[in-house]
Write a protein that binds this ligand. Sequence first.
Ligand SMILES: Cc1cc2nc3c(=O)[nH]c(=O)nc-3n(C[C@H](O)[C@H](O)[C@H](O)COP(=O)(O)OP(=O)(O)OC[C@H]3O[C@@H](n4cnc5c(N)ncnc54)[C@H](O)[C@@H]3O)c2cc1C
Length: 495
Amino acid sequence: MSEGSLHRPLPVDAVPGWDIETDVAVIGFGASGACAALEAARGGARVTLFEMASGSGGASALSGGEIYIGGGTDVQRAAGFDDSIEALATYLKLAGGPDADVAKCDLYAAQSLDHFEWLKAQGVPYKGTFVPGKIIEPATDDTLIWSGSEEAWPYSEAAAPAPRGHVIQWEGWGGGRKLVDILERNVREAGVDVRTDARVLSLIADGARVAGLVVRIDNRLVHVRAGAVVICTGGFCMNTDMLRRYAPGALKLTDPIGENDNGSGILMGMSAGGDAIHMDEFFTTCPWIMPESLVKGIFVNSRGQRFINEDCYHGRVSRTMIDQPGDRVWLLVDNAIFARPIDLARIDIASVGETWEEVERDLGLPEDTLSATVRTFNRYAAEGHDPVCRKAAKWLKVLDEPPYAALELGFPGSYFSFFTLGGLSTAPSGEVLDRAGVPVSGLFAAGRATSGLPRSGHGYSSGMSLADCTFFGRKAGQAAAVAARAVVREEIVAA
Ligand SMILES: Cc1cc2nc3c(=O)[nH]c(=O)nc-3n(C[C@H](O)[C@H](O)[C@H](O)COP(=O)(O)OP(=O)(O)OC[C@H]3O[C@@H](n4cnc5c(N)ncnc54)[C@H](O)[C@@H]3O)c2cc1C
């Protein structure tokens, strides 16, 4: 057997012969794999990149190409926003949840401005213009948007708010393809040997050290000897078995987004002793904030109770919806703010009434639940505050203009796109760590195959995943090149 499996590395003794020898082998040609390959090649390593699809892309190419960057970029300053490394670091740590990766947050905040310059130096264009308001992605080719919960409680109290969603210049949604195309051009110019239609089946282990890969190319098993391996295979939102086992909360949802998010890289990393952490975490969102007037509505659960300040990032609000009892929540709006949500969201009108009591009855809720919630909200909103959920004053509107409506967001039913955030435990250098926190020799990882900067679905902000993929992909590539050189040195000494 010269194959190994996702769950068991092939021992080096069982390798029938080496078909490819390289310093650094990168698995996956999305944003993280591209950045890892590029920096490893620029670090002087011979790099071979293996991608199971017929070309580059992954989820990265489907994305909006929006990257969470701050600390006072030229774009932020031109739009009149002050930002600082401290504010960015504080926000990232709060967004990362109770076990935020403090070292990664601090490093990313400290080098975020440099990273922005690096992206520009690769040829990623930024128009430099800001679009105000709550949007998912710009419909235009503008660059800077509010992409998180910066202005909402509790974030607004912890860190000075600034918009940090930096979007590649691209007309409309979906600039990710352009981002990956630009990275691919650089990867090829740097001399990386790119192998597509090449599915990695298993790692090869030389004792405790990862020493290569088994790859299926043209229906043939290819044995690759590598000084270091970088896993950049994305998450596991498309692997139902892994969702059942590790992230059952996501089984409420039916719209995974990605390309080949099959979890294979995470499993391979675990097979070599790598730890996988925060595997239950996932990002989800239903695009309920469009049109923006809906943000002035209030959400209630199946008990008629509110559960969040609705002015948070739409993903944070959506993720909190999934925690609620039952299989639906309702967005309550009055005639003044009513608007039909965008079709993509698959949000229906569940009830319309002349009074909130009528809506409550119509939804089958016990008397004085939903109506009491609205009464309490309206009482404080009239005073200009929201002591229950702390929605900011500018989004408060007394819901007192009939008719009243309850818009229903169901799971499944409505469009809750999701992808996973858990993955291999890595150091900021990209080294994969075992359960004792010790690096697995020869093994690196980046992007959604890891638990990185965006660690918590409740704290996720748009742009955090690509920030993590591009920045820590670079770090992993740099460190892998150094590790591969050390292996070559050892082999020379041994000879
Ligand atoms: C519609 C959409 C919009 C989004 N918008 C944004 C946004 O604007 N900003 C943001 O930060 N995030 C966004 N995201 C999330 C973000 O795009 C992803 O989390 C991120 O791109 C993941 O990058 P990656 O490099 O880890 O994985 P990917 O880009 O998915 O790349 C992984 C690659 O590995 C390959 N692969 C997998 N297994 C193997 C194997 N065994 N052998 C060989 N190859 C393999 C896959 O084919 C794939 O090409 C969006 C996602 C989607 C789907």
